[in-house]
Design a protein around this ligand. Structure first.
Ligand code: NOJ
Ligand code: NOJ
Length: 709
């Protein structure tokens, strides 16, 4: 082979490798997600603009922000090279399922579900985004094009509700075109029919009342349970790699554990949900992180969203971000799986809050290098914003009007998304603050010997002298990885001790971001990720990291080895072995027997079935006391008696009767009891022998007992 041919072959091989790694790895920590409101992105097919079954909801003048504007799945497909060129490796697209067909207002102006959150048929693709036959063609074509470009497809998915019951189709729900129920015609109780949520801190209202008059689905009904799970499987079969779960705080929490399990049983996927708001000041913060730690569903990081907007738009001190990350990291077990964002389709854009491109660049650079999986909202890379009504919904859902690949923001995203692929500190690493004042934030990401050090000065006019900065970067001189794009320059580091190497003093100029990085060579396998984090024996799971070697080693659950399905230097796929249920520290070993760091995985007893438990006339409680459920398997907390280990808190709309839906192992006989956990953590058990129940192997279950005095 001539050297040119050889180089060409190498490039081909590398491209192929990069391509397969990107597409097959079940590792979203290394992804950068680009969020698209499909209707507002690009009109790739004008024949679906005003389909006959829902005609009149389209506004070709794009002046009514509540109407369809023509964007579609074909449009996203046609812009694939623009998306790929930005370096992002996943797209999150607004809900694509068939939405209600009528104007939600009783007369003009049009109010249409262009955003996709008013489903009528979860089994079909909406005619505005695909074709008049509601077929899968456009979705399939988009997925194929995305995968060919190494881009994963995340579908936004709303399990909470069908559609608005105050107009339009009044909540009407269909199964592949066959009518199921509507608000006024629901003989089988597919919906909850409760009032609108008025108290957003009430656990019962949140899950069982209606969210803004959206017809609230009853997931404990076996037909709805199976309908929603089957519909998600169908999207997986059509190539969806993940789902952004809408309004997970409003969907029956226990049921969602079974939903995640059902998705993972179908095929590997990444799930993250909108728990609004899971920030540390929310009264239900503990519920929010318990759910993220145990359900298998990660969450959008609303706490960091607020802090980033406060700091970069409102000029708050960097300590707000630093404090938020440190609190959240101690609450959220899988904090590198949190999905981070500063803009979304539900809030005014950063540039509306503060029309300063420097700040936008800094916020982007921060998001792309801090912990969590970053989301870039479409149009931010083009500096789009519309400030009508303070840029709130729907004015944040701007029409994508240019696809310029030379903006600084586009270049910045590309560089940092590439770094996320090449330096595992970003996807898998810890987070450490290294230098802080109101305007300057220097932090380090570190995964074994992979290090990324980032320095941000957000002040628009003042540079800061930086002294006393330590880093884990080895001694040497590091060029700015951004090659001066945001005014950074190189950094010189001298040898120190204990992982603290002193950097030379330097000045960080006004509005600067500098990124310095180094990739180490592993001496033992280094595990950075496991996905999913919970599943029963037989489920397919992927561990990712580096230095695994190219020939099969082992993955141990205690003394039991998992059966390996595929093994590469960075990713190992296996099935969960038949070990007893519980929490394990799984351990990967290389072919030579060198052990990696362990990583937690919860082995379930069997696949999960939603079961609703009611306990009548339970022990009296004072404010702050709650009844919980606990029992004999990991799904029931293995007799745990704390907020985090027992199942609950239960709900008491019919006090002193309490109820709760939980996900239990199919076909298993379980023992359980109810306990009271008082505000001061004191535990009161009900008397008598354990209750017993055999979980059904399909459908949904119901248990009704009385507290034993
Ligand atoms: C939150 C979504 O992000 C928002 O856009 C939507 O309207 C509601 N959930 C209801 O689905
Ligand atoms: C401890 C409780 O005290 C008891 O009531 C319960 O039956 C057992 N855990 C189950 O082993």
């Amino acid at each position: 082979m001539t050297s040119r041919k050889f180089r060409f072959a190498l490039v081909l091989a590398a491209t192929f490798l990069a391509f397969t790694c990107l597409v097959t790895a079940q590792d979203f920590k290394k992804q950068v997600i680009y969020q698209i409101v499909t209707d507002r992105f690009f009109n790739g097919n004008t024949s679906n603009d005003n389909p006959s079954q829902s005609s009149g909801l389209f506004d070709s003048t794009r002046t009514n922000w509540f109407a369809y504007w023509g964007g579609d799945l074909a449009g996203i497909q046609q812009k694939m090279s623009y998306i790929k060129g930005m370096g992002v490796t996943a797209i999150w697209i607004s809900p694509t399922v068939d939405n209600e067909n009528r104007n939600m207002n009783s007369s003009t102006p049009i109010s249409a579900p262009y955003h996709g959150y008013d489903a009528r048929d979860f089994m079909r693709v909406d005619e505005h985004f695909g074709d008049a036959g509601n077929s899968w063609t456009a979705f399939n074509n988009l997925v194929t094009a995305a995968h060919q470009n190494g881009i994963k497809v995340i579908v936004d998915w709303a399990n909470n509700h069908s559609n608005y019951n105050g107009g339009g189709e009044s909540g009407a729900l269909y199964n592949n075109g066959v009518f199921m129920a509507s608000d006024s015609n629901d003989p089988s109780s597919y919906f909850h029919h409760n009032p609108n949520i008025s108290d957003y801190n009430d656990r019962y209202q949140l899950q069982y009342y209606a969210l803004a008059a959206l017809e609230d689905l009853n997931q404990e009904n076996a037909t709805i349970d199976s309908y929603l799970k089957t519909a998600m499987h169908q999207f997986q079969q059509h190539g969806a790699d993940g789902f952004r779960l809408d309004a997970i705080k409003h969907v029956t929490w226990g049921w969602e554990y079974s939903l995640a399990n059902s998705v993972f049983n179908q095929s590997p996927a990444f799930l993250y949900g909108e728990w609004y708001s899971n920030d540390q000041y929310d009264p239900l913060y503990h519920d929010a992180y318990k759910f993220a730690n145990q359900s298998g569903i990660s969450e959008l990081d609303f706490g960091l969203n607020t802090a980033v907007r406060d700091v970069f738009a409102s000029n708050n001190n960097f300590s707000e971000i630093d404090g938020t990350i440190s609190t959240e990291n101690s609450s959220f077990l899988w904090n590198n799986d949190l999905v981070t964002f500063f803009d979304s389709h539900d809030e005014s854009r950063l540039l509306t809050l503060n029309n300063n491109n420097n700040r936008l660049h800094q916020a982007m650079a921060f998001l792309l290098t801090s912990r969590g999986i970053p989301v870039i909202l479409y149009g931010d890379e083009q500096y789009l914003h519309n400030d009508t009504n303070s840029g709130n919904d729907p004015y944040d859902r701007v029409q994508m009007s240019s696809f310029n690949t030379s903006t600084t923001a586009y270049q910045l995203i590309n560089k940092l998304a590439t770094l996320r692929q090449n330096n595992d500190a970003l996807g898998y690493g810890g987070f450490q603050q290294r230098w802080l004042n109101g305007d300057v934030y220097i932090y380090e990401r570190k995964f074994f010997n992979d290090v990324v050090l980032v320095a941000i000065n957000k002040n628009d006019s003042t540079g800061y002298a930086i002294s006393g900065l330590d880093t884990a970067l080895p001694a040497g001189t590091y060029p700015d990885y951004l090659t001066g794009l945001l005014s950074g320059s190189s950094l010189t580091v001298t040898a120190g001790s204990g992982g603290n190497n002193p950097a030379n003093n330097f000045t960080l100029p006004a509005h600067t971001v500098a990124v310095w990085q180094s990739v180490g060579t592993p001496t033992a396998p280094e595990v950075g990720s496991i996905g999913p984090t919970v599943g029963q024996p037989g489920m397919t799971v992927t561990i990712a990291g580096k230095g695994f070697g190219n020939s099969n080693g082992t993955v141990m659950f205690g003394s039991t080895a998992a059966s390996i399905k595929s093994w590469s230097d960075t990713s190992v796929t296996f099935t969960v072995p038949s070990v007893s249920n519980g929490i394990y520290q799984a351990q990967l070993k290389s072919n030579a027997g060198t052990a990696a760091n362990t990583i937690q995985f919860t082995v379930l007893t069997a696949q999960l079935i939603p079961v609703t438990f009611t306990v009548n006339n339970a022990s009296p409680t004072n404010p702050g006391d709650f009844i919980f459920l606990t029992g004999s398997t990991i799904e029931l907390g293995n007799w745990g008696t704390t907020f985090d280990t027992a199942i609950g808190p239960m709900l008491d709309p019919n006090y002193p009767n309490w109820f709760l839906n939980a996900s239990l192992p199919a076909g298993t006989q379980v023992q359980f009891k109810f306990i009271k956990i008082a505000a001061n953590s004191a535990v009161t058990w009900e008397n008598g022998s354990n209750h017993q129940y055999t979980v059904p192997t399909g459908g949904t279950g119901f248990v009704n007992v009385s507290w034993q005095y």
